[in-house]
Design a protein around this ligand. Sequence first.
Ligand SMILES: [Zn+2]
Ligand SMILES: [Zn+2]
Length: 267
Amino acid sequence: MLALCITCGTQFAGSDAPPEACPICQDERQYVPPEGQSWTTLEELRASHRAEIREEEPGLTGIGAEPTFAIGQRALLVQAPGGNVLWDCTSLLDDEITARVEELGGIAAISISHPHYYSSMVEWAEAFDAPIYLHAADREWVMRPSDHIIFWEEETRELGPGLTLVRCGGHYQGGTVLHWAAGAEARGALLSGDIVQVIPDRSYVSFMYSYPNLIPLGEQAIRRIVAALEPFEFERIHGAWWGRVVPADGKAAVTRSAERYLKAIRT
Ligand SMILES: [Zn+2]
Ligand SMILES: [Zn+2]
């Protein structure tokens, strides 16, 4: 079987029995529920969930599951002339998703912000014959190894014209965001996962070492994130979940949010 962790949505390598534990959930950036670890499979997930696919803005399509599963993120398909990029990933991959993604031009490359969204990445890579770009600093969290995975080690990496992976660190050592220059009507968009977290009022963001355990990041980590993003212009920030979008003034939102955060952790 290829076990899927119900709490974080990660698919594991093939085994005769479910794994004894999920290292991603045992880590203090996730959690193990009081009733313990439990498992499903992609086949079971296809029976209990359906695809949720919505356009987020022209050239950007959100792909998630209904009802939500595990951490509840939705992936984002960026349509680009040089080849589409799937940003972040989800556990559910079914015929409806496959058909829609093919209609939108397929997937030339997959990249994922951090291990909480590795989910069923190898299923996606095999279905679309696409490489998966993961930051090498997080390689220990890959639970299903694959020849499709390319570990990159730099601080930035171009996936195509106007599509740049930026390593910010923070939540995870290899925590990555994707800068999409053509996004937001060419004013630039940041696809930020949990690395730059869009909060409910949609005019600020935040940053954490652990979200479920409410463990903040320190000053050095916050300054590093702001510095990594400094060379990039972006109007909009697309966070990890439906509706978590900073519609305008995104870069200034990151700056003012970092200042607010630093003031809070100093007092
Ligand atoms: Zn897990
Ligand atoms: Zn996370």
